[in-house]
Design a protein around this ligand. Structure first.
Ligand SMILES: Cc1cc2nc3c(=O)[nH]c(=O)nc-3n(C[C@H](O)[C@H](O)[C@H](O)COP(=O)(O)OP(=O)(O)OC[C@H]3O[C@@H](n4cnc5c(N)ncnc54)[C@H](O)[C@@H]3O)c2cc1C
Length: 321
C-alpha cells in the first residue's frame, strides 16, 4: 500500500497532526511506501518528515501567495496524472487539509471520508472509523472502487512516534497553470497571539465554562493555567457569549485535547464538550452541582463554587513560589 500524508507546517516544523498521520501511515503501509506532500518549501522540514516515516517528500515550492487549497490540489493531481499515484491520501482534519482534499476530490472524481479517528487496511481494502452522535457510535466505512482514497483524520487520533528514519528525498511537485482559479491571493495572515503551550499540545489544560458567571472571571482560568504551565480552554457556551475566542473551544466543534490533566471549571459536561476532552489521562472537575454530568467522567470531583475554589488553588500554587 502506498500512502501520502498531506503535511502542514507551523513555526518551522511539521504540525503535530502531520506527525500523527505519518506514524499511522507507517504502520498501515507495511511493505509499501509513505510520502509526504508539502504545499510550500520542504527544505526545513524534510528531515523531520523522514524521521516520522516519509521516504519521499513532494513539495510545490513557494506558492507565491496563492491559496494553498487551489495550488496544492492541482499539484497533487499533476503528480498522480504523471503516474505516481498513491492508494490512500491522509489529510489532517484542518481548514487547509479539508480545502485541499475537497478540491482534489472534484479533480480526481473520488469520494472523500472526513472526520475519521482510525483507519485500517485489509489486503487492498481501506476502511476508516468515524464517530457519530457525539462519539457515542463508531461507524466503519470501507472505500469501494479504485484509489487514491481520500480521508481526513481528527487531530489526536493517533500518537506521534518517531520511526528513526533518515531525511526524506525531496521531489519537486510544481503547481501547474491554474487559470482563473489561481487568481485569488492570500494578502494577510492573522496569527492569534498566544503565550505558553498550544491548547491541543499542552500537558495540562484548564478550561472554564458558563459557571464562571462573567467574562472577567476567565482571568482565574488564565492565571491557573499559567501557574501550571498549561493552556487555557473553554466550553462553547462562553465562546458563543464572546468571552474568549473560538480558538479556545474544546469539543465536538472545537479542539480535541488529550492532556495528562484536564481541569474543567464551571462546565456542565455536555456530550459535545466531553467528546473533545474525555481522552485526557486525568480529569478534575469543579462544579457546584453534584449532579453535573462532568462528574461522571471525572477522576477527581470537587463540588464547590469556582469563585471560592479557584482563588484558593491559585493562592496555594503561588505560595509554593
Ligand atoms: C452541534 C453542537 C455542537 C456543540 N459543540 C460544542 C463544543 O465543541 N464544545 C462545547 O463545550 N460545547 C458544544 N456545544 C454546546 C453544548 O451542548 C453545551 O451547551 C455547552 O458545552 C455548555 O457549556 P457550559 O458547560 O459552559 O455551560 P452550562 O451547560 O450552562 O454549564 C454551566 C455549569 O456551571 C456550573 N456552575 C454554575 N455556577 C457555578 C459556580 N459558581 N461554581 C461552579 N460551578 C458552577 C453549573 O452547575 C453547570 O453545570 C455544542 C452544541 C451543539 C448543539
Amino acid at each position: 500500500m502506498n500512502i501520502w500524508v498531506f503535511s502542514q507546517e507551523a513555526n518551522g516544523a511539521p504540525t503535530s497532526a502531520t506527525l500523527e498521520l505519518l506514524t499511522k501511515a507507517r504502520s498501515l503501509a507495511a511493505s509499501g511506501t509513505v510520502s509526504a506532500f508539502v504545499a510550500g518549501e520542504a527544505a526545513g522540514i524534510a528531515a523531520m518528515l523522514g524521521e516520522y516515516g516519509a521516504t519521499k517528500v513532494y513539495a510545490t515550492g513557494d506558492l507565491g501567495g496563492r491559496l494553498p487549497g487551489v495550488a496544492a490540489s492541482a499539484a497533487m493531481k499533476a503528480v498522480i496524472a504523471g503516474g505516481d499515484s498513491p492508494d490512500l491520501i491522509m489529510f489532517p482534519q484542518s481548514y487547509e487539509g479539508r480545502d485541499v482534499m475537497s478540491r482534489l476530490s472534484v479533480q480526481l472524481d473520488r469520494t472523500v471520508l472526513t472526520n475519521n479517528v482510525d483507519a485500517a487496511i485489509d489486503g487492498s481494502s481501506v476502511s476508516v472509523t468515524t464517530p457519530i452522535f457525539g462519539g457515542n457510535v463508531l461507524v466503519t466505512t470501507a472505500f469501494s472502487g479504485s484509489g487514491p482514497f481520500l480521508a481526513a483524520f481528527r487531530p489526536k487520533s493517533f500518537v506521534a512516534e518517531s520511526g528513526g528514519g533518515g531525511a526524506a528525498t525531496v521531489v519537486a511537485a510544481p503547481v501547474p497553470e491554474l487559470g482563473a482559479t489561481g487568481a485569488a491571493r492570500v494578502t494577510v495572515v492573522h496569527t492569534e497571539e498566544s503565550s505558553g503551550p498550544k491548547l491541543d499540545e499542552a500537558a495540562i489544560v484548564v478550561s472554564g465554562g458558563r459557571g464562571l458567571g462573567e467574562a472577567s472571571k476567565y482571568e482565574l482560568i488564565e492565571t491557573l493555567a499559567k501557574l501550571l504551565k498549561g493552556a487555557p480552554g473553554a466550553s462553547r457556551a462562553i465562546v458563543d457569549a464572546g468571552w474568549v475566542p473560538y480558538s479556545y473551544q474544546v469539543g465536538q466543534t472545537g479542539k480535541v485535547v488529550k492532556p495528562g490533566v484536564y481541569i474543567a471549571c464551571g462546565i456542565s459536561g455536555a456530550t459535545q464538550h466531553m467528546v473533545g476532552m474525555k481522552g485526557s489521562k486525568s480529569i478534575i472537575a469543579i462544579n457546584k452541582d453534584k449532579e453535573a454530568p462532568i462528574f461522571g467522567i471525572a477522576d477527581l470531583g470537587i463540588v464547590g463554587d469556582v469563585h471560592k475554589v479557584l482563588p484558593k488553588l491559585i493562592e496555594a500554587l503561588q505560595g509554593r513560589g
